[in-house]
Design a protein around this ligand. Sequence first.
Ligand SMILES: Nc1ncnc2c1ncn2[C@@H]1O[C@H](COP(=O)(O)OP(=O)(O)OP(=O)(O)O)[C@@H](O)[C@H]1O
Length: 318
Amino acid sequence: VEPISVGLAIAGAAASALTGFISYPRIYCYFRECCLQRHEPRAAAALQQNLDKKLFGQHLVSKVVVKAVRSFLNNTNAKKPLALSLHGWTGTGKNFVSKIVAESIYKKGLQSKYVHQFVATLHFPHAHSINLYKDQLQSWIRGNVSICPRSLFIFDEMDKMHAGLIDSIKPFLDYYELLDGVSYRQAIFIFLSNAGAEKITEVALDFWRNGRTREDIQLTDIQNALSVSVFNNKNSGFWHSTLIDRNLIDYFIPFLPLEYKHVKMCVRVEIESRGYAVDEDIVSRIAEEMTYFPREERIYSDKGCKTVDAKLDYYYDF
Ligand SMILES: Nc1ncnc2c1ncn2[C@@H]1O[C@H](COP(=O)(O)OP(=O)(O)OP(=O)(O)O)[C@@H](O)[C@H]1O
């Protein structure tokens, strides 16, 4: 045997052993859930695709969420965790979008052990226990980020959260490299709230009354007014919050109120998801059963796309 082929054989064996070593976690993570499961470009592509396909009437949301999440996931040297604050009327898609973000990063989505959802009225109900909640929240976040740096935390009903509670997580959202040996720079925080919905509607109505299309609305038309109104709103959970004061929220994302045509789109999706052929007559009837505001113009659904599925039960036998 020539020395050169021995050399090649050894190099080949070493290479395949190395590939085996590298691919082992991939195989393992195929069967068991792992932290940092999806490769960043795939996660960003999945997010874009799902928002384009499933989210209606929210051009600002799709654009900003994709941009924010993609650049954050691609940044190997992020200086702080990503913090997104989603605002808007009920039933306009805030929970829906956070579910899509979760699913794009972790296959199991909201069921993933690396995705954590807090609901203010459920997890932090009593004003007198606020100090206890602060401690619990801190140790919960610290514990989970220690296990998985790419943890996703979703805070629902921020507007029902007791003022001051959310400030207890400020250190985690700040620009620290390490806190007690833990780095929070790869974590993602998403806050959901109805606070600021009036402001968003005001801007949308202004555009409508001036004959401009909804898609003409730019983030700059809303974002500043939104953060100021949330900061000054006693019932926003962010009232005089240091998270806003210290610019630790990266994006305030406005969800526009949904129109009649968007409600119809939601009805169609719901009918299809139940395996029925879409009947346009039923679609229009359900959309017309929803109530719309303001009283004179009746443009926006006051429940967004919420209750569409319940209304559908009436038309289909189960
Ligand atoms: N913009 C949208 N595009 C597509 N579907 C939507 C949209 N908004 C709402 N839906 C549908 O309506 C359901 C309820 O919406 P969702 O729970 O996301 O509302 P929300 O904004 O979180 O409301 P709330 O403020 O009351 O919590 C979603 O699961 C989804 O099926």
